[in-house]
Design a protein around this ligand. Sequence first.
Ligand SMILES: Nc1ncnc2c1ncn2[C@@H]1O[C@H](COP(=O)(O)OP(=O)(O)OP(=O)(O)O)[C@@H](O)[C@H]1O
Length: 118
Amino acid sequence: MNELRSFQVAFRGILTASRDEKHMKFHLVAAVLTTGAALWLEFSAVEWIVLILVISGMLALEMINTAIEKLVDLVEPEWNELAGKIKDIAAGACLVYACGAAVIGCILYIPKLLAWLG
Ligand SMILES: Nc1ncnc2c1ncn2[C@@H]1O[C@H](COP(=O)(O)OP(=O)(O)OP(=O)(O)O)[C@@H](O)[C@H]1O
């Protein structure tokens, strides 16, 4: 697979996840809102780097979780204890990252919002 084709299939994966997955849609809306707020609050370069790492990490992790869910459904369409555990663990990984992202968001935004309020 040449470089352009690799890029095309990866981009198709992003579009598929964004179109089909409700959690991915939620994260994309959150990404747009937090980016807009960062523009408005005039984030520094370091704050932008942290925000971009958090947003891209959350989106990438959600896509990996979706891929694991689909793989489990493909391999084991029936109810299966191990399949359930695999899905639970993948979902747990997203929750861990989302909690960290929420704390980082508070650290980034609350002081700036308090300063803006005066
Ligand atoms: N084949 C299965 N065997 C056992 N338990 C399952 C199975 N499929 C799903 N589960 C259980 O149901 C939970 C939800 O699974 P599901 O695939 O519906 O994910 P979801 O988080 O609702 O994602 P989405 O809404 O994107 O489909 C899993 O975390 C797991 O506990």
